[in-house]
Design a protein around this ligand. Structure first.
Ligand SMILES: [Fe+2]
Length: 403
C-alpha cells in the first residue's frame, strides 16, 4: 500500500476514533532547519546530501530582494559549483519545467536548491523528478508514479505559506489543458528544508496576506481531512494559532521579525500537516481556477475557504470545533454548529482585515466556467480527503456562493 493509501486507510474520524488496535499512523518529514540566520547553512546542507553542482531555482522577486546574492557566499565557502535558473512564472508551467531540466542537463547538475516560494520549489521538484526518471513532467500526474530515485533536494522557502518545502507534492500547470495538476509521492519529499524567517521580510503586504492565508487553508483543510491523525492534527492546530496571532502584524509591519518568525513557523507546521493528511475541496477547486486564469493561489484559497468550511460544517461541524478554538473563538458552551459557524466568520473577518476581495467576481472570473471547474475539481487528488462528499453541483454552488 502506498504511503497515501496507508494514511487514508488509517484515518481517524474525529471525534470518534476507531479502537486503538486499528490505528496506524505514518508521518513523512524531511530534515528541518529553522531559525533566523539559517540561510548560512544552505551550502553545508547541499554538501551533506551529496550535491556538488546544484541548480539553484529562484525567481525575479527573490533575486531582486537580494537573497540569492546573499546565499552565494555560503555556497562558495563549501566549494559548490552552482548554476541559476530563474525563468519561471507563478503557477509554473510544464514547458518551464522542461526548459529548466534542459539547463540542469546542460550543466551536468547533480542536486536542486530552491530559494523562493512555492512556484520555485515545485519547479525544482519537477526537475529532480525528470532527472531521475526521464520523460515529460505530465507523465507523472497522480500519486506514487515516480519509480526511480531522484537527486538531492534542499528547499529554502521565501514566503510564509507554501509548505512545499516539506511536502510530498508538486503542483504544475498543464499549459494545454489550462489546469493545475498534482504529482505526489514520498520521492518528492525534499531532503532538507531550511527556513530562515528573515527571508519573509521582503514580501509585499499583499503577498504576505495571500501566502499567509494559504498557510491557514493548509492548516484548516488538513485538520478536518479524512486522513488527519494525531500527528498532523497537532501541527495543524498550532499553525492555525500562529496565523491568528501573527498574520495581521506581518501584513501591517513587514519588518516585524517576530511576526515573520510566527508566520514561517505556521507555514512549516501547516506543510507538515498537509503533506501527511492532505487537503480538501478548497484546494481541489482553486487548482482549477488558478490553472485556467493564472491567478494567485493564496488569494483564490482565501476567497473559497470560508464557503468550503460552511459546506463541510453542515455535515461535519464537530471537526471545526478545535479549529474555532485555535482561531481564538471561545467555544466552551457552544454547540458544534455554532462553533463551526464562528470559525467561518473568524476566517471571513481575517480576510476582510487583510484586504482580500469579497468574491471571485472581482477577479474577472466568468461563472460560465464553473461547469468546467466543477468537473475538473472532482478529479483533483485533494478532493479525496474532503470530509463531506462533493459532487459537481456542490462545486458549482460553492463557486456561486463565493462569487
Ligand atoms: Fe495551498
Amino acid at each position: 500500500m502506498s504511503q497515501l493509501g496507508a494514511t487514508r486507510a488509517a484515518a481517524i474520524e474525529a471525534p470518534t476514533a476507531p479502537p486503538a488496535s486499528r490505528r496506524v499512523s505514518k508521518f513523512l518529514v524531511p530534515e528541518v532547519i529553522f531559525g533566523i540566520g539559517t540561510l548560512a547553512e544552505i551550502g553545508g546542507a547541499v554538501r551533506r546530501v551529496g550535491g556538488q553542482r546544484p541548480l539553484v531555482v529562484s525567481d525575479a522577486g527573490v533575486l531582486g530582494a537580494g537573497w540569492v546574492e546573499r546565499a552565494a557566499p555560503h555556497l562558495a565557502e563549501v566549494g559548490l559549483e552552482w548554476r541559476l535558473w530563474s525563468e519561471l512564472t507563478p503557477n509554473p508551467k510544464d514547458y518551464e519545467v522542461q526548459a529548466a531540466f534542459e539547463r540542469y542537463l546542460e550543466h551536468d547538475c547533480d542536486a536542486l536548491l530552491a530559494i523562493g516560494g512555492g512556484s520555485c520549489i515545485d519547479l525544482a521538484k519537477a526537475v529532480a523528478l525528470l532527472s531521475g526518471n526521464g520523460g515529460r513532467i505530465l507523465d507523472y500526474v497522480g500519486i506514487d508514479r515516480v519509480q526511480q530515485p531522484i537527486p538531492p533536494m534542499v528547499m529554502v522557502p521565501s514566503t510564509g505559506g507554501t509548505g512545499a518545502d516539506v511536502s510530498q507534492f508538486c503542483v504544475i500547470t498543464d499549459s494545454s489543458r489550462l489546469l493545475k495538476v498534482t504529482i505526489g509521492g514520498r520521492a518528492l519529499v525534499p531532503d532538507i528544508s531550511v527556513t530562515d524567517p528573515a527571508l519573509l521580510a521582503t514580501m509585499s503586504p499583499e503577498l504576505t496576506a495571500h501566502t499567509g492565508l494559504d498557510a491557514l487553508s493548509h492548516a484548516i483543510e488538513s485538520c478536518v481531512s479524512d486522513a488527519c491523525d494525531f500527528l498532523s492534527r497537532g501541527y495543524a492546530l498550532d499553525a492555525i494559532r500562529m496565523v491568528a496571532a501573527h498574520l495581521p502584524r506581518a501584513v501591517a509591519d513587514p519588518h516585524d521579525l517576530a511576526a515573520r518568525e510566527g508566520m514561517a513557523r505556521a507555514s512549516l507546521e501547516a506543510g507538515l500537516a498537509f503533506t501527511n493528511a492532505l487537503l480538501g475541496a478548497t484546494h481541489a477547486i482553486s487548482h482549477q481556477i488558478g490553472g485556467a486564469l493564472d491567478l494567485p493561489h493564496g488569494l483564490l484559497n482565501a476567497i473559497l475557504m470560508p464557503h468550503v468550511m460552511r459546506f463541510n460544517a453542515e455535515t461535519h461541524p464537530q471537526r471545526y470545533v478545535e479549529v474555532a478554538r485555535a482561531l481564538g473563538v471561545a467555544v466552551d458552551g457552544l454547540d458544534a454548529r455554532t462553533a463551526a459557524e464562528a470559525a467561518v466568520e473568524r476566517v471571513e473577518a481575517l480576510g476582510r482585515e487583510l484586504g482580500i476581495p469579497p468574491g471571485l467576481r472581482s477577479l474577472g472570473i466568468d461563472p460560465g466556467d464553473f461547469e468546467r471547474f466543477a468537473r475538473d475539481a472532482l478529479a483533483d487528488v485533494y478532493m479525496t480527503t474532503n470530509p463531506r462528499p462533493v459532487g459537481e453541483a456542490d462545486v458549482r454552488a460553492i463557486c456561486l456562493a463565493a462569487y
